[in-house]
Design a protein around this ligand. Structure first.
Ligand code: B12
Ligand code: SF4
Ligand code: SF4
Length: 395
């Protein structure tokens, strides 16, 4: 890094012209927009602490780690002055899987792993900034660091945080990723982006699980995106029917947002075009994937974050919601799965599909099943078939 005087010179020279050059570099690296926010204590920091205190983050314990650092990047880069926020569209202009027999994957995960695409582009942009602003230094992040990317995007004027809690831009919508570069240089103060949600509540009404518990507040524990991607272990029965055919993530609140009507396919979203079998695929095909086939199909895809067991759990739930009697055989075989999580959710799915074959499979499984939680799921599934609302605890 250059000497301190050089850094000060370059910071003083952070003029509108320089900002235009940084912006041009960002666009050249594949980003659609870029805006700078001056560092100050984020109001969102207090809200983050409140959100954590209410346990709305569920099992995402990593969010608890040092919230003060998340709210103030100066705790990471002591001399930080600016957060440069970049965005890149993943809107690929294709319809979502409507058939309940197909597994629906969230738009953001149809194509390349965005951490790879955004990470490589932000690294190149950072190198360009070092050339444009000799002496500048900082750090860059895509999701991985303790930076509240949405809050900084709002302060920078790049967009506003909608009631569904994603950042929206006029003319573009919300189908974009964010990245952030924390810099030790000042850039001209941005114009704030006004909130254009107005009296609209379409996202709140559309959420299948009531996860947007108040405007701008998401209870992750109820969010299908959290449940199917981040959450390990059993998914509460309360949410299983509402998960429908979503096997990885959820887009409902964004699908209904009127601002997303303006989204258009651009070059920046090309890497996120769906690879075969990644936008949607028959549930039975997904359920039949071996661990190696799962890894192969979702190599360099965000879907691998769910892990094999979590993905099969999600597919089992979706099969239960599919009303497809031909799924009974595969679910019955899964009552022998090595994973208790897969066995338990398969039992629930059999109960939801119902019928004599499902009942026989559940009864047979109860003879050999020793896991108390799976036994309880089997007993509950039997009550679903009987039409009784009360689960019977297996002895
Ligand atoms: C944890 C996380 C999640 C969690 C929690 C989501 C959430 N809303 O926080 C889960 C797993 C649910 C999730 C889901 C998704 N995520 Co996510 N996620 C993150 C991550 C890693 C951290 C976000 C965070 O700090 N959350 C904590 C809460 C407390 O913060 P917050 O949402 O910013 O909430 C504040 C505001 O809403 C605010 N607020 C603002 N204005 C107002 C006004 C009032 C009156 C009030 C009361 C509050 C308020 O108060 C809250 C507290 O600070 C970010 C990356 C990053 N480092 O920022 C990506 C990120 C937010 N996710 C992203 C995406 C794409 C998604 C999904 C669309 C993926 C999918 N299709 O399944 C869904 C969207 C679900 C939804 N409706 O938000 C993108 C969003 C891009 C965008 N355009 O905004 C990000 C930025 C990743 C990236 N690098 O691009 N995600
Ligand atoms: S992603 Fe789905 S479950 Fe989560 S808030 Fe949006 S609509 Fe609700
Ligand atoms: S659906 Fe309506 S309320 Fe929700 S984010 Fe979009 S404009 Fe705002």
């Amino acid at each position: 890094m250059a000497a301190e005087s050089s850094r000060l010179d370059s910071c003083v020279m952070a003029t509108t012209d320089l900002v235009q050059k940084v912006r041009a570099a960002a666009l050249a690296e594949g980003f659609d927009d870029c805006a700078a926010a001056p560092i100050a204590e984020l109001p969102a920091g207090g809200r983050l602490r409140e959100w954590l205190a209410q346990e709305m983050h569920g099992t995402m314990r990593w969010l608890e780690r040092d919230p003060a650092r998340r709210a103030d990047p100066r705790r990471v880069v002591a001399s930080a002055k600016t957060v440069l926020v970049v965005s890149r569209s993943y809107f690929t202009d294709l319809p979502v899987a409507e058939s309940p027999r197909d597994g629906r994957i969230s738009r953001y995960a149809w194509g390349a792993e965005y951490h790879d695409v955004m990470g490589a582009a932000i690294k190149r942009l950072y190198a360009r900034i070092e050339e444009l602003m000799p002496g500048a230094s900082g750090r860059y992040y895509v999701d991985t660091g303790p930076v509240m990317e949405k809050a900084w995007a709002e302060v920078s004027g790049l967009g506003w945080i909608g009631k569904h809690t994603n950042v929206i831009q006029v003319g573009t919508g919300s189908w974009f990723f964010l990245g952030a570069i924390v810099l030790d240089c000042e850039l001209p103060v941005p114009k704030p982006a006004p909130d254009h949600c107005g009296s609209c509540v379409a996202c709140i009404d559309a959420c299948p699980t009531g996860a947007i518990v108040a405007p701008y507040v998401l209870d992750a524990r109820r969010c299908i995106s959290y449940l199917t991607i981040e959450h390990r272990g059993a998914i509460d029965r309360e949410f299983r029917a509402d998960i429908g055919n979503r096997v990885f993530g959820c887009d409902d609140c964004q699908e209904v947002c009127p601002w997303n009507r303006f989204a258009q396919l651009g070059d920046s979203a090309r890497p996120f075009m769906p690879a075969p079998g990644r936008q949607a695929a028959p549930l039975l095909e997904l359920f039949a994937l071996s661990v190696d086939e799962f890894r192969e199909r979702f190599r360099r895809s965000p879907v691998k974050r769910a892990k094999y067991e979590g993905f099969r759990r999600n597919v089992a739930i979706a099969l239960g919601n599919s009303a497809d009697p031909s799924a009974v055989g595969a679910l019955a075989r899964a009552l022998d799965d090595v994973s208790a999580i897969v066995r338990g959710h398969s039992a629930w799915a059999l109960g939801r599909l119902g019928g004599s074959n499902a009942r026989t499979a559940l009864r047979e499984a109860l003879v050999t099943e020793s896991d108390p939680w799976v036994r309880d799921e089997i007993a509950y599934a039997e009550t679903m078939i009987d039409g009784s609302s009360e689960p019977v605890v297996a002895s």
